[in-house]
Design a protein around this ligand. Sequence first.
Ligand SMILES: Nc1nc2c(ncn2[C@@H]2O[C@H](COP(=O)(O)OP(=O)(O)OP(=O)(O)O)[C@@H](O)[C@H]2O)c(=O)[nH]1
Length: 232
Amino acid sequence: MATITSIHGADVSPPHGPTHARLRQLLEALHAQQHTEQIMQARIVSLQVELDGYRKRLQRLNGLAHQQQRQALTDVLTKLPNRRAWELRLNEALACHRRHGGDLQLAFLDVDHFKRINDDFGHPAGDKALRLIARLLASRLRDSDFLARYGGEEFAILLPNTGREAGYAVLSELCKSIESAPFHVRGRRLRITCSAGLASFSAGESGVDTLRRADQALYRAKRNGRNRLELD
Ligand SMILES: Nc1nc2c(ncn2[C@@H]2O[C@H](COP(=O)(O)OP(=O)(O)OP(=O)(O)O)[C@@H](O)[C@H]2O)c(=O)[nH]1
């Protein structure tokens, strides 16, 4: 059969020669490039999926780290900040007090004869009393105050922007509220009293010294008969 080389005078013969070879080369290069682009696109999609996975994992790990940090600073029994948290907050408050001055009170509050509650009614009753006291104290303090379980049956309180008289009134109120709390164990109402020591931060004094003065005031309150508040 004869090859058609022209239609209405136009040349339609298959391309040949060096131009044809060059066109084929370019076409092959184009196909190769398109193939590479497809592979790259697929790789980009899979990397994005991988990156999303890493982001989610990082979020989970951050959440876990925050949770662990919170746990490390929280007392398990009362859910109050623990002594470590107290030390961190105290340092912050001291730095702020040194820079800006103002009134800052520090108090220690200790349950009287707490051992008797454990001895007479058992450790779970003692735990219950500590939880109740923690709730009472927390509910009566301002958001800007700081309350921590310092250890055992002792609580530490920071009262920023509070003068000495106001601090005394707050502490008396806290002790009264504990004394009148409806604490029952085995059907019997138990009267729980506290002793407290209060000290004001003074300019130029180290935190350790203020802490010592508040502790000495608490010791005096115990020695002077308990169920009382002493100022340093
Ligand atoms: N249930 C319970 N008891 C605790 C906890 N931590 C400390 N205690 C007890 O608290 C008691 C403290 O006793 P003491 O230091 O003699 O003090 P106290 O009996 O309160 O006497 P004063 O402070 O002198 O009035 C001890 O018996 C401790 O075992 C706790 O988490 N739960």
